[in-house]
Design a protein around this ligand. Structure first.
Ligand SMILES: [Ca+2]
Ligand SMILES: [Ca+2]
Ligand SMILES: [Ca+2]
Length: 210
């Protein structure tokens, strides 16, 4: 899966001259032991509840790798929100992609968990992706949120688990990157191009008939 992510990043980086990796966090250097209700993340603060940090634990992090990862529902009866310590400047027309490896809680008494992640503007969610009803035994998978802002703004990244049964979905391998628009103009979205193409085709048909 890491290879897949690197491939995606490679494609993103090679598709534009001005692209950059803004954050990469595998949660492997935050501590050398498992700590419940952890609040010492290198790149994140935790608010409105708690998260747990697991390191080289029987609770396996992404894809069986050693190191650390996060239980998004801590041990205080309220799942916390992880917010990036850094604020990022988002530029209109640029493409921003946020990736996270998310797995089920891997504990049979954890129930289903729903994770929301994305961008905060002024502390409020703006661009988001919701991973709904993740079964406790759901495999690790890489989830992506990509968007192109229409105006410039400053924002932070966030990951959040619903609920508070102290057993949440697991998070590992967060990656955040940007790709500049092609020189000479705003890069049209693939969807926009497709719609434009359909429109031109339709126009051609109408003209051909009249
Ligand atoms: Ca890790
Ligand atoms: Ca927990
Ligand atoms: Ca749960």
């Amino acid at each position: 899966m890491l290879r897949k992510i690197l491939l995606i990043v490679g494609m993103a980086l090679s598709s534009a001259s001005n692209a950059g990796l803004l954050l990469q966090d595998g949660f492997d250097v935050d501590s050398t032991q498992t700590i419940l209700n952890f609040d010492g993340y290198t790149n994140w603060t935790v608010s409105n509840g708690s998260t747990d940090y697991y390191f080289n634990d029987s609770l396996t992090c992404a894809y069986g790798s050693a190191g650390g990862c996060v239980d998004l529902d801590g041990t205080t009866g309220q799942a916390g929100r992880m917010t990036s310590r850094k604020s990022y400047t988002f530029q209109a027309g640029y493409t921003y992609s946020l990736f996270g490896d998310i797995g089920g809680s891997q504990r049979s008494n954890g129930g289903n968990d729903t994770v929301t992640f994305g961008i905060l503007q002024g502390g409020l969610p703006s661009y988001t992706r919701v991973v709904s009803d993740l079964a406790w035994n759901a495999d690790w998978s890489t989830y992506e949120l990509s968007f192109v802002p229409t105006t410039n703004f400053t924002g932070q990244l966030f990951f959040q688990n619903d609920g508070g049964d102290n057993i949440g979905a697991l998070l590992d391998n967060v990656m955040f990157l940007t790709t500049a628009p092609e020189p000479g103009g705003t890069t049209p979205l693939p969807g926009t191009l497709a719609i434009l193409g359909l429109g031109l085709t339709a126009l051609g048909l109408i003209r051909a008939r009249s």
